[in-house]
Structure formats: structure tokens, C-alpha cells
Design a protein around this ligand. Sequence first.
Ligand SMILES: C[S@@+](CC[C@H](N)C(=O)[O-])C[C@H]1O[C@@H](n2cnc3c(N)ncnc32)[C@H](O)[C@@H]1O
Length: 231
Amino acid sequence: MSMRMRRKRNFDARMDACGDLLLAKGANGILNMKEAAETFRALVDFEKAFGNHQPVVLEIGCGKGGFVMELAVREPNVNYLALEKMSNVILTPMEEVKKRGIGNIRFLNIRAECLPCYIPEKSLSAIYLNFSTPLPKLGYATQRLTHRNFLNVYKKLLKTGGKIVQKTDDREFFEFSLQEYEACGFAVENVTYDLHENGNPAWNIVTEYERKWVECGSPIHRVEAVWNGDV
Ligand SMILES: C[S@@+](CC[C@H](N)C(=O)[O-])C[C@H]1O[C@@H](n2cnc3c(N)ncnc32)[C@H](O)[C@@H]1O
């Protein structure tokens, strides 16, 4: 089979059937934030999208969405935005949310680079980065989702006191991220290099990638980076 993922059967019709859950799509060719900002200006109206004033939390790179669905069920008084660049991938959690009737999740089928075009400033309570693609530091550092270029955007989107919660199995990427948080003025809290040391904590929701790495015996690293500043 080729490296390209095959499109799911009846893809367009199935996407359309979940269309009410999708707040934004496209911008696949857009690779940097400057270009995105010049091309789009389509800020999402959260009250209209969710029909209430609940706090809003974002997951970047939701994949199959097991994490965000579990969290949304545990926390019905919070609204969740699940962002994923691959339309073929995001269809799975969209269909599942529809099937299960989970009311507090909406989807963004865009690249993280386009976030400032869609998310109003000072609107998010938290951002989850679960097993973001580590990408090699050499040559790709600026595309890492914890590079300071991204952190400086997240700062604007977060409310004061809002936080980034990151999990990864990649030690080098984790240490790079810790340095970036500190360089950008985040308060780094609750750092662990082995989240599953004594088994999975009851509060922790295991993601698809996390399960895979835990089964391989890789320690899971986790950090909360709190934004107390003002931009
Ligand atoms: C390694 S997977 C992790 C999936 C899931 N969060 C988990 O923990 O099981 C990373 C996901 O992030 C998505 N992704 C990577 N870079 C992205 C970007 N710049 N914007 C949006 N999504 C991205 C990928 O398509 C992929 O689905």
C-alpha cells in the first residue's frame, strides 16, 4: 500500500453528515502563521457554536479523539474544541461524537498554524498537546507545536491563568518543550518524567498513542505550563 492514507469510503457524504460539528476546515496548503493570518479571518463565535457560555478547552492533534471524548463526558460543564489537520483522521471522532450524542465537542479540521485566524484572543482555559509529532530538532524545530513561535500564539489565545498540558514519550522533545515554556514566561508545574510509574493515575485519560507507548514500556512525560502573564 502507498504511504498515503486511503480516503475513507463515502468520505464526503460522511463528513457532510457531521457537518454541524465542524467549525472550520481547509487551509491545508497554509504552512505558516503569517500566511494564514493574511489569508483568513474567521473567528469562531463560541456562544453560537456551543449554545452556552461554558469555558472552552482546545486539544491540538486529537487524532482518533479518545482523549477528548472521555474528557468531555467527565466534564460536561466545559466545551471542547478538537483540532486535527488530517480530514481522514478527524472523521472518526466526529462520527463517534455524533453517534454517542456528546454535546460539548466541536471540531476544527485545520493546521495548528491557522489557530489565530479562528480562535479569539483570551478565550481558552487550557490547551492539550497529547503526543504531538516530535519532529527532528534539526531543521524542523520551528514546526514543533511547542516551539516559541507557537507558544507566543497560545499565550494570546489563553486566558490569564490558563495552561498548556503536554504529554509525550519523547525525552528530547520534552526537554526542548520545557526550555521553550520557560523562555516564553510560562510557569512550569507538575513535571513528571514517568506518569505511569505506579500505574495509571485515576485522573489521567490514556490517549491512543499513550497506550501504545506504555505497552512498549516507554515512560510518559507530562507537564503543565501555566500562563499568568498578559500580552
Ligand atoms: C502522534 S498523533 C497523536 C494523536 C493523539 N493525540 C494521541 O495522543 O493518541 C499526532 C496527531 O497530530 C496531528 N498533527 C500533527 N501536526 C499538526 C498540526 N500542525 N496541526 C494539526 N494537527 C497536527 C497529526 O495529524 C496526528 O493525528
